[in-house]
Design a protein around this ligand. Sequence first.
Ligand code: FAD
Ligand code: NAG
Ligand code: NAG
Ligand code: NAG
Ligand code: NAG
Ligand code: NAG
Length: 579
Amino acid sequence: MACLWWFLHTLLLAFVTTNALSPPPPVQCNQTGCTLYNSYGVWGDRKDCHAPTVIYPTTEEELRLTVANATQNNLKVKVVTQFSHTIPKLACPSPATQSGGAVLISTEKYTSQIDVDVANLAVTADSGVGLRDLINGVEAMGLSLVAAPYWEGVSVGGLISTGAHGSSWWGKGGAVHDHVIGLTLIVPANQSQGYAKIIRLVPHDPLFNAAQVSLGMLGVISKVTLSLERGFKRSITYNFTDDSDIEDQFGEHAKKHEFGDITWYPSKHKAVYRYDDRVPSNSTGDGVNDFLGFQSNFILVSKSTRAAETALENARNVNGKCTMASTFIGYKKLIANGLRNSLIFTGYPVIGHQGKMQTSGSCLYSPTTRIDTSCAWDPRIKGLFFYESTAIFSAQNFKNFILDVKRLRDLKPENFCGVDIYNGFLIRFIKSSNAYLGQSEDSVVVDFNYYRADESSSPRLSQDVWEEVEQMAFFKYGARPHWAKNRNLAFLDVSKKYPNFNKFIAAKKKLDPLNMFSSEWSDEVLFGKGGTRDEGCALEGQCVCSEDRHCSPQKGYFCQHGLVYEEARVCRYSQSTIT
Ligand SMILES: Cc1cc2nc3c(=O)[nH]c(=O)nc-3n(C[C@H](O)[C@H](O)[C@H](O)COP(=O)(O)OP(=O)(O)OC[C@H]3O[C@@H](n4cnc5c(N)ncnc54)[C@H](O)[C@@H]3O)c2cc1C
Ligand SMILES: *[C@@H]1O[C@H](CO)[C@@H](O)[C@H](O)[C@H]1NC(C)=O
Ligand SMILES: *[C@@H]1O[C@H](CO)[C@@H](O)[C@H](O)[C@H]1NC(C)=O
Ligand SMILES: *[C@@H]1O[C@H](CO)[C@@H](O)[C@H](O)[C@H]1NC(C)=O
Ligand SMILES: *[C@@H]1O[C@H](CO)[C@@H](O)[C@H](O)[C@H]1NC(C)=O
Ligand SMILES: *[C@@H]1O[C@H](CO)[C@@H](O)[C@H](O)[C@H]1NC(C)=O
């Protein structure tokens, strides 16, 4: 069913002009106050993410005055963006009862400046500027931004704050913050300084490495300067092949291809190697990478896909999931994952300008007369709802992680169909960084997405397997969690995984002595204390289970050992014990 819809919908999208539903604004206010949601619509209605007011400054001076007013009135501050695409509740203020009060500062309207300095190969942008606008501004001057996340629905301030990255071990590497050559921070100050001051940081300043990746906890970033290169083109080819020696290939692949990545579909024994290299700017080609997962979907299609997945969950139909995964992977191969040579995909390699090959998000844009398409996960349409786990490994641990996952896969390959419906395991590369909350060594990043139930109390098919992979990654192999993704348990003891963690805390004490930019939510992430240990806490990743009640005994899920990583404690379905 879902597959049929999927095909139908792409056919339709290819030939019909449609209109899209642009993402909802993340902050919604009424007379009683404001609620912050992320782009998936979580937080606000599940657990408190509220503040009495939100301010929309448009200039750096207005930003400064807003911070000054907060200092003067003893208010907590959290910065929010037009996009709010981060999954952990970093941007949520503490409940009003626990602090004098709080204010949200939105950068949504602080977007006017994109200054390209052609002579010095640099661009300075207001922190609210969207990544797509930044890239277009830079490319228009014949230059290119080398690193960016694959998703363009993010702001300059937000993306560096959480360590967002693409994929590269070359040059300065795939993480955007390693291309930052200056930034401006607005921090609280004493009365004599007007209660807030603007400080400019460049790479040799002692505070710079703290500010490169700061989770919004040091102050408000007002401007970011990024280094650029002369405009260039890229050539991309996907090789859909088998996964037999992926554990020995990944390092070579990263060394050989500047922007290479690998998508691994364990249930299918398939690996898709992305051969992605820089080519001279006079190479022929004006291709586009319009990544399939970020394209507009008919609302009806997203809803049907979700409904089909939920029906398979409820029926405990693992094989149905495998069929769904096969169809999707086949389709991705057919359309090269959204690569297009011109209007359509006609064959490899696809060559195009850097600005159109690195990052995409066509579901974001919205002609407004009729409404029938959106991003697949738009919270208003009951579309896709999923977890995103992202683990960052030191390169030398990664081989053994893959081998463990293969062992787990080989016990019952169908258990992995649930991730293969999404993007399997997306494997990318980040170079070592001086940022205190960046990667201190060359690293391999793995993302995997999977079904999340509407109700937090509903267990998921094969969830024991995901939990085991998650615990293997974060506990057995000490992987670091991506700051903008993951479930709570991934942050357990995260501070011990960053050798310069204490330097970050020292910088915070200096810049934000009153802890204005902290909240219990952001502390939960930064200090990795782990969540509550209530009934069912393991189902949504709030805890690692130690007793059955942390799972869902009434639905047949009990706390048991991992199958390959014995030390793991996972919620596993066991039919015989249901009465
Ligand atoms: C579909 C999708 C695909 C993604 N793909 C990738 C990917 O390929 N690679 C990757 O690394 N990540 C990816 N991400 C994660 C994404 O890059 C991060 O969530 C990013 O931080 C979001 O930016 P934002 O502008 O929405 O920031 P927000 O989520 O709004 O904010 C993030 C944090 O930064 C703080 N902040 C924001 N602006 C400022 C400022 N001006 N001053 C101080 N603090 C500030 C906020 O308080 C918050 O703590 C993806 C996310 C989605 C939803
Ligand atoms: C205002 O929003 C809050 C939080 O979202 C909600 O609980 C409340 O019912 C809303 N009030 C009105 C008058 O709409
Ligand atoms: C300053 O903060 C106070 C207290 O929250 C608020 O009433 C006032 O409107 C704020 N003023 C400005 C200019 O933001
Ligand atoms: C203001 O000055 C006092 C004493 O010098 C210091 O302790 C405090 O941290 C300062 N406050 C800010 C916001 O800088
Ligand atoms: C694809 O990868 C396989 C395995 O590494 C290799 O044998 C084959 O030559 C590759 N195909 C192309 C077109 O590069
Ligand atoms: C591109 O430029 C290089 C040197 O500038 C030249 O040698 C080459 O022939 C050009 N290629 C094309 C396709 O024009």
